[in-house]
Every structure is written in C-alpha cells, then in structure tokens.
Write a new protein. Structure first.
Length: 657
C-alpha cells in the first residue's frame, strides 16, 4: 500500500492549518470559570460543546438524562451523527491532504504516512468489504490486530457502518480471545497474518485459529497482511482482507447513528474471574475524548501527537486514534517496544518525526530511566511540549526524570488518571489546575465536569484536605460507560451499588493540603502490572486449571519496574509428588496460555496452606505483606484458623526470594 509522505515535503507543519473547532478560545484564566460552569450548569456546558465540536446529521433535543443512583446515562438524545464522519469526512472537506496518521513500524527508522483523504478512502473500502460480507449495524466485530494503519481503518470502518468493535489486545492468548469472542457472540473476527514486535514475528492468525475453533458464532475471519507469511486459511471462513477490498469503492456513506447507539466495547479486568465488556456510546465518548485530547495535552492542529499505547487498550482508542482525529490532528501509531533496538527508541522517534506530545506508561519510564540519560540526550527533543503518562501511579523518581532529563524542565508533565470505564481522562494537571505547577506523582485536578469525592468505607464523604479515601465521582459525564455487555446487573453492582449516588472507581486517593489528588492504587482485588490491569481472580482461575492445584491465592507486590508484580501462593492436592520447579514452570506456561504473557506470575510459592479466618476467608492482607517483604508488620494473626501456616509460608518465602 502506498501512503503519502506529506510530512517529508514540509506541507504538514505549515502554520496555515487552522483548528476546525470554532469554540470560544480558552485562555488559561478561563479554566476555572469553565470548570465552575461545567459543574453548576452541566446541561448548558455540555450542550454548547457538543453543538460546537461535533458534526450532527440531526441535532439532539435533550442534553442529558442521567442518574448515578440508577446507573442510567443518556446523553444528547434525539441526535444523529457518526464517528468516522466526524473523524474523517469533516477534515477531508477542508484539508484532504492533511496528515492523519504516522505508523511508526517495529523496524527501526521506518514509518508510513496516511493523509485524511487516504485514510477515508481506506476506511470506506474496509466498510464496504464488511457490508459485502454481511456485517450489519449493531453487529459486534472482534479485532485482534496489532497497531497499524489497517487496524485504525478497520476500527473506523466499523463505526462508519455502525458495527460495534471489540478490540482484543493482540498479546492475549487463544483462550482469552475465545472467551471475549464468545461473550460478545461476534460473527466476524479481523486479524493480521503475523505481528512484528521487537524484531520478532508473532503468529496472530494461528492464535485466532486456535481461538475460533471453539467459537461456533464466528462466520468469517478476515486477515490483513503485515509480513505476507503463508498462513493457513480455512475455506469458506477465512479471507484475505486485501483481496476482498480490491473491488470495493472508496466511497461509503456514514451510517446515521443515534447518540446512544453502542460505539465499541473493550474488555477489562475486575475483581471477579471474568473480564467485563465495557460498552461505550457514540456521542458522549466522541465529545469527551476529543475534548480531553485537546485540553489535557495542549493539542493544536499541526502537532505530531505520539500515544505509544496499543490500540487494544482504552488509551490507544482515545488517544492514538479517536481523540487526535476528532481534533483534525496527526497521530503516531507505535508498533514497537521502548527498548527496541535500544532504550533510545522513543527519543529517536521524537527527533525523526518531530513529535510534540508523547503519552506513555510509567513502567516504560522506569525501564528507560535505568538505562541511563545518554539514550535520551543524544536525540533532539526540542519539539516536545507535553509529556503525558497513564495507567499506574508515577513514582517521584520517574516523574522527576521525565521532567528534568526528557523534558529539560521545559515541558509540562501530565500524569493522567482515568479508566476503561470512564472513556476519557478524569484527573490531570491540565486544564483545571493550569495556574499551578504540576507536582511529582500527582494527577492533580479534575477535568471539566468531573467532581471527585473521597468516601470512607461507610460511604460517608471525607471533607477537607490532607485526607485519603475511596475515590468516587459525584456527577455523570458524557463518556461514562453505559453498561457491561450482556450483564447490566453486574454493571450496577460493580460501580453504583456500594456507594449509592456515586460512581465507584475501585481506586484509593489522597487529597493534599492544596486539594490536589494523588492516586494510591486499587482498593479491590485488581493488580496493575506494567500498566496492564488484571484481576487476581482471573489468574487464580487460570492456575486452578492445573489438575494438581487444589487452591491458589494471587496478590500484587511492589515491583521496581513493573509497578506491581504478581505473586501466586499455590496449594497442591494431596499426593502430588512432582518436582516443585517443574510444577512452577508449568503453571507459568498455563497462565500465559489462558490469559497472556503479561499475566504470568513473577513468583510462585507452593505452600501446604493459606492464612484463613475461621469462616474460611483468605486473609490477603497477610499474603500482601509477605510478598512485599514487610514481614515485621503482619499485624494480628491470632484470629486465623491456623496461625502456624504463616510461619510455614514465611520460612518458604525467605528461602525462595
Ligand atoms: O488503578 C488505576 C490505574 O489504572 C486503572 C484503570 O486501568 P484501565 O482501565 O486499564 O485504564 C488504564 C488507562 C486509562 C485505574 O483504576 N491508573 C490509571 N491511570 C493512573 C492510574 N493509577 C495511578 N495514576 C494514574 N495516572
């Protein structure tokens, strides 16, 4: 496929490009006024922004009909619009040759460019292909593709015809993919022949074959080409995307979608063993992701924005694709790894592509920090203005390194807190606290329209400053998830029942003396490994698949690079005499095949028992302390059914770590 090289002839960087957005200018001093208005008059605030920022096929009649108490959210009802029309056609009509995406390929120094016109043509051809294959509005399309221009076009094509995409991170195992396809009853799966990462090929089509062999709902598998490898194709089910697209027209009218029609679903982990298909709706997500993109990152047309997250996560959805395109911007899609071919990869890319904002995960920063400053300093980073991060707490040391070494104390560090469920950034240094200097390790202040509160375990609001509590949100916002696919009851129970009238985030937070927020971590059984969110119950149910395992308990522990590491305590069935090291190796393999490599435990401890209360509840608090080597502070263990088990675990822990 030949893509233009608009960047190379300099046209893209010209200042003649003007923003498409015609809203009132937002000077720094207006931030506070906007924030106040957004909370006091949400209907006027969001209604105005939705009218000004989005292109409607039919205007909406009602701005909001929401109840946090009932977990009921409807925004911009009566309106019709389309995501791909807003992301593509709107820009093509004014500036077709504007650069839309730059695909930073795994191969060092290699990139491909695509303009808005080219991306629209590609999207329409994919959309027409999907239609020819029988995909209809409302159908779920599972996408198992690494970051690429085609993957972006496939996502946009789904939105163009009103199909609901469900992108599954291409690092998930066949079993994890299968479960997600089955949960959504997806008839269509789109994948790539092979992925390429860190110089290695990954057999994606093979993974899909293994997954769909147990999915009777799947009628077709479309295969995009990355390496051209000779992959097995099943007659009547598998088709090469390139070949199907050959005869298709580059014109496909965007389907008028109701504001509340489902846009996409994305699976994420919770405290139960089963991942949840978080469903987002068209208009609210579109408005909020575009708004946060612009204001949190100080994003201007002409910028080159690089969100290095994979499209398989919400960050990739909102900030590698939709947020930048809604703003008519240029986004870098990053296929590689931060340390490939060496730890200078990001900064060499910044220099080569003249990146103005970079958005990454703290775990990568910690890894790069260890590699030393020279990998950063040898590249020109003068184009950078904003340094973003997301996914897990950013520790002080990494924050300071980002600010001082990477950003030369010139760039603003924006530590952004949000979730798959929130659809967009909720707490970040910009814009609401633009009058104060960002603090190390603090996402700082709520975005427009967001009213965070800290509650105690009884649901009582903790007022004042210099306090900690359970982080909840008091008011609805446009991009809040609408449901968990196929399980609205679970949606209500997970987010709205514990604290009636609030959205419960699952995170703890500290509010400092100035009223700024710092996230202290999950307060449920979810751990955050390398910025990937994973439920301990999910790993436990994977381990339990081994017939030798009687019971397991998984906890997170502080890990210097990963943020959190995974520690699994495993009890074997009576009579199992296999070598412990062999069992541990098998268990690691098992988790990799059930979930994916990123969920494999760093430590497995085989133990004859677990610390349980007399009613049989595992005291995870004790396991967490042992895993973190905080063995002096185990607290009261006399309430355990068998306190001696702790001593046994401690002895074994000390001898293995
Ligand atoms: O625990 C918080 C952590 O990541 C969780 C959300 O994970 P996920 O849905 O996968 O989305 C990640 C990307 C938006 C949160 O509940 N988290 C996210 N951002 C931060 C964070 N923890 C601390 N600081 C952050 N900036």
């Amino acid at each position: 496929m030949a893509f233009c090289s608009a960047l190379l002839n300099g046209r893209f960087c010209s200042s003649r490009l003007s923003p498409l957005i015609s809203e009132r200018s937002l000077a720094t001093s207006h931030h506070a006024a906007w924030y106040k208005e957004s909370l006091e008059h949400p209907e006027e605030f969001w209604g105005r922004l939705a009218r000004e920022r989005l292109r409607w096929m039919k205007p909406f009649t009602n701005v909001m009909d929401c109840s946090l108490k009932d977990g009921h959210f409807r925004w911009f009802e009566g309106g019709k619009l389309n995501m791909s029309d807003n992301c593509l056609d709107r820009i093509v009509e004014k500036d077709p040759d504007r650069l839309a995406l730059i695909w930073e390929k795994d191969e060092p120094g290699q990139q491909e460019y695509i303009t808005y016109q080219e991306l629209k043509n590609l999207t329409c051809r994919v959309a027409n292909t999907l239609k020819s294959q029988g995909v209809k509005k409302g159908d779920v399309v599972a996408i198992y593709m690494p970051v690429s221009l085609e993957a972006a076009a496939v996502m946009l094509a789904c939105t163009r015809i009103g199909a609901v995409h469900s992108v599954v991170f291409a690092g998930f195992s066949p079993t994890a993919l299968k479960n997600r396809i089955l949960d959504a009853s997806a008839e269509t799966v789109i994948t790539t022949d092979e992925g390429v990462r860190g110089g290695k090929t990954i057999p994606l089509k093979q993974t899909v074959d293994a997954a769909v062999s147990d999915c009777p709902c799947v009628k077709r598998v479309l295969v995009a080409t990355r390496t051209g490898a000779d992959v097995a194709m099943k007659d009547g089910r598998d088709y090469k995307l390139d070949e199907l697209m050959k005869g298709e027209s580059p014109e496909c009218p965007p389907e008028p979608m109701d504001s509340e029609d489902p846009l996409f679903m994305l699976y994420t982990s919770g405290s139960t063993g089963k991942p949840k298909g978080i469903l987002h709706a068209h208009a609210g997500y579109m408005l909020y992701s575009g708004l946060t993109q612009q204001y949190v990152f100080d994003y201007k047309v002409g910028d080159i924005f690089a969100c290095v997250a994979d499209i398989g996560w919400i960050t990739g959805h909102s900030h590698a694709l939709y947020g930048p395109l809604i703003n008519g911007g240029t986004s870098v899609l990053f296929e590689s790894l931060p340390i490939y071919p060496d730890p200078g990869r990001y900064w060499e890319m910044v220099q080569r592509l003249k990146v103005t904002q970079i958005y990454l995960a703290p775990t990568s920063l910690r890894l790069l920090l260890k590699a030393g400053d020279s990998y950063v300093k040898k590249y020109d980073r003068s184009t950078l203005r904003t340094l973003g991060c997301v996914g897990e707490p950013l520790n002080d040391e990494a924050w300071r390194w980002y600010h001082k070494v990477v950003g030369e104390e010139r760039c603003t560090v924006v530590d952004t807190w949000w979730q798959t469920e929130t659809g967009g950034i909720m707490i970040a240094p910009r814009p609401s606290s633009s009058d104060s200097t960002p603090k190390a390790g603090y996402p700082m202040s709520p975005f427009f329209g967001i009213d965070p509160v800290l509650l105690d375990n009884n649901g009582k609001e903790i007022t004042g400053n210099d306090v900690s509590g359970n982080l909840c949100i008091r008011n609805p916002w446009p991009s809040i998830a609408r449901t968990i696919y196929g399980d609205h009851e679970k949606f209500l129970n997970t987010y709205f029942t514990n604290y009636p009238g609030y959205y419960f985030t699952g995170d703890g937070a500290y509010r400092d003396k100035d009223g700024h927020y710092k996230i202290t971590g999950r307060i449920d059984d979810v751990i955050n490994v390398k910025g990937h969110r994973i439920g301990t119950a999910e790993i436990e149910s994977a381990l339990d698949h081994d017939s030798r395992v009687a019971e397991s308990a998984v906890v997170g522990y502080p890990h210097e690079i990963f943020g959190e590491g995974i520690y699994a305590y495993v009890i074997l069935k009576d009579g199992v005499t296999d070598n412990e090291d062999d069992i541990k190796k098998d268990l690691v393999q098992l988790v990799k095949s059930q979930i994916g490599s990123f969920a494999a435990p760093q430590f497995i401890l085989i133990t004859p028992g677990l610390p349980k209360t007399r009613s049989g509840k595992i005291m995870r608090r004790i396991l967490r302390k042992i895993s973190a080597n905080e063995t002096e502070e185990l607290g009261d263990i006399t309430t355990l059914a068998d306190p001696s088990v702790v001593e046994t675990i401690l002895t074994k822990h000390d001898s293995t770590t």
